[in-house]
Design a protein around this ligand. Structure first.
Ligand code: FAD
Length: 399
């Protein structure tokens, strides 16, 4: 699958940070992980720390899938509002899903909060009402989140004007969100994992795997074999081919990043910003004072159509920013496009298929892919340890 256009900012900025050998021998391990993006890297980190001999392979260079394209806003707010998720999944499960995402931000900070290369930075997050008609529903959303202990503040038009300088009728300001550099973080995780004994192989495509009574056997395109007690499939949007039912809808999404500004203060605490409209526009800043804008999603996933649309989409994103912030200078420095998957309820798929207890999936589909990757790594590690995880049912394949 062609996951993204050629030149995401993060890849051009950092280049290929580390490369690894391809697999040249047959090997045996406790856990084999297919896919070395942010999901595979986090899984490797957790599994290794839980004591498993771990091998991770990728058919590309490390982090070169969707992870290289990620704008990497870390939010507890999933694409499905809490009020809607309650209708889809019931109050207990919906609230628990939101609270797990909230905790995932803290948990990721505990791992990489002081790694310079990851540039993990805590931010507040503003979701504004795109239109007057959205205010009532957003207020209900605010009340619900507050009722369940999420740190939120209701902003009226004056508050938004004072804090952010633009004119919108209302918004929810959430205390807990963050931003990170997903591509650099993936490299950092795997580099550190390797020093802990994890074997990392790139340019190693798995063409076949089968589950047996006591484990799993994988075959590479070069005919090498990996025998493992457990397999983790962390192949991003390319994982769906291994699941017998349709679990994802593919879309195209677009992002631009500005030239670095001379100020490190763009708006209120450089909060993450997004909105109620669908598809939504979203914004963040970077540690070198750039502004990242994403959105203008399309309902198709044809990569040629997607990449052809990029110049027009980049202009549209720039214009949307200028409409919101006419007084902030913005000149696009880089633009890119990516394929993007969503699920019916906005929640990830984590765990194994019925009758395949040794093959776990870490499928963090949705706008919150990275916080979902954290949850997947934690839950899969618990499953591999044979521990009961009461939250695992939230994201299983039986829904
Ligand atoms: C433009 C864009 C913006 C985004 N913004 C955000 C955001 O702000 N916040 C957020 O949380 N999420 C965001 N996402 C989503 C997030 O980037 C993804 O959820 C995340 O990167 C997925 O990581 P992954 O490791 O699961 O997949 P990937 O990064 O795609 O990694 C999967 C890896 O598996 C490998 N692979 C596939 N098949 C095989 C095989 N057969 N053998 C060996 N290796 C294989 C691939 O080569 C690939 O490297 C965004 C996505 C895009 C495209």
């Amino acid at each position: 699958m062609d996951l993204r256009s050629d030149y995401p900012f993060w890849l051009l900025d950092k280049g290929i940070l580390y490369t690894y050998p391809s697999l040249l021998n047959d090997i045996k391990t406790d856990v084999a992980i297919m896919g070395a993006g942010i999901s595979g890297a986090l899984a490797a980190w957790h599994l290794r720390h839980a004591g498993f001999k771990t091998v991770i392979v990728d058919k590309r260079h490390v982090g070169m899938g969707s992870t290289a394209a990620s704008t990497a806003l870390l939010q507890y707010e999933i694409d499905t509002p809490l009020s809607e998720l309650i209708i889809k999944r019931g109050e207990r499960d919906a609230v628990r899903s939101y609270l797990l995402c909230l905790k995932a931000i803290d948990d990721l900070e505990a791992i990489c909060g002081n790694w310079k290369e990851a540039a993990f930075t805590r931010r507040p997050s503003l979701q504004y009402a795109s239109y007057k008609k959205d205010v009532a529903l957003l207020k209900k959303e605010y009340e619900l989140r507050k009722q369940h202990g999420i740190a939120v503040q209701w902003l009226n038009d004056n508050d938004i004007k004072n804090k952010f300088g633009f004119e919108k009728d209302a918004g929810i300001l959430s205390r807990d969100a963050a931003e990170v550099k997903a591509y650099s973080l993936t490299h950092a995780l795997l580099h550190k994992c390797r020093s802990l004994g994890v074997e990392v192989y790139d340019h190693t495509a798995i063409t076949h795997f089968s589950e047996h009574k006591n484990g799993v056997e994988l075959k590479t395109e070069d005919g090498k074999k990996i025998k493992a007690r457990k397999l983790v499939i962390a192949c991003g949007y390319e994982s769906a081919q291994y699941v017998p039912k349709k679990i994802q809808t593919l879309q195209s999404t677009y992002a631009i990043v500005s030239e670095p500004a001379t100020t490190d203060h763009h708006w209120y605490r450089n909060a993450l910003i997004w909105e109620t409209a669908r598809p939504y526009l979203y914004l963040r800043t970077t540690d070198d004072n750039r502004i990242v804008i994403g959105g203008k999603d399309d309902d198709f996933s044809d990569p040629r159509k997607r990449d052809k649309a990029l110049p027009v989409k980049a202009k549209a994103l720039e214009q949307a920013f200028k409409k919101l912030f006419p007084n902030i200078h913005f000149r696009t420095d880089f633009k890119w496009a990516g394929t993007f998957a969503s699920t019916k309820d906005g929640l990830p798929y984590i765990g194994h298929l019925p009758g395949k207890p040794h093959t776990y999936f870490a499928l963090g589909f949705g706008g919150n892919g990275i916080t979902f990757s954290v949850l997947a790594a934690q839950m899969i590690t618990n499953m591999a340890l044979g521990l009961q995880d009461d939250d695992a049912r939230l994201f299983n394949f039986n829904r």
